[in-house]
Design a protein around this ligand. Sequence first.
Ligand SMILES: C[S@@+](CC[C@H](N)C(=O)[O-])C[C@H]1O[C@@H](n2cnc3c(N)ncnc32)[C@H](O)[C@@H]1O
Length: 199
Amino acid sequence: MADLSEFQHPRCARMYERISAESEQRGTAQHRDRAFAGLSGRVIEVGAGNGMNFGHYPNTVAEVVAVEPEDHLRTLAERAAETAAVPVHVVARHATALPVEDATFDGTVASLVLCSVADVPAALAELRRVLKPNGQLRFFEHVRSTKPWFALLEDALTPLWSRVGGGCHLNLAAGLIQHHNRARADGDRFVEQQGDRLG
Ligand SMILES: C[S@@+](CC[C@H](N)C(=O)[O-])C[C@H]1O[C@@H](n2cnc3c(N)ncnc32)[C@H](O)[C@@H]1O
């Protein structure tokens, strides 16, 4: 069993449980639908949280392996998996050590998670490892603002925010994902990408 103690943030987890439901009504549901449209086959999702994505997978998805290291959120994800329209298997691991073979997934998914990952290039490399040659990475993430003054504010707030927010960085560099995905990053607060192959 992997040591997941560094990922336990019970207070943040309870806060996310509440705000994720609210944010779903304020547009996040549409982001999820757009990000996952057209996915099919086997999918692995990292940092599944409380399972907010599960209801947004199209029925062309045959199986989702949902990786979540935080205990409270994983319990909620297991509950959400029971009523999901597609088969979801929730596992207790983290993004840089996925318990699966190379090139075995048609899709990899990261949503609102890379901001909290300590080593983003390692996580993206791991997602690439498990993706089949024609597979797709689907993600949506909040990233560092393109407005210079706002970006500087995000930089300034991140050390404190990260401490109280379960490791979340307000200033995730879109270029990191772009570089690893060879994808277009449009510089919006939300980068959405569909259909781009890793690698
Ligand atoms: C803001 S929540 C997003 C949850 C979900 N992806 C969603 O879209 O609602 C961030 C999640 O990433 C998880 N997380 C943080 N660091 C991680 C890592 N290194 N590997 C996998 N998951 C991680 C947290 O435990 C949490 O569940």
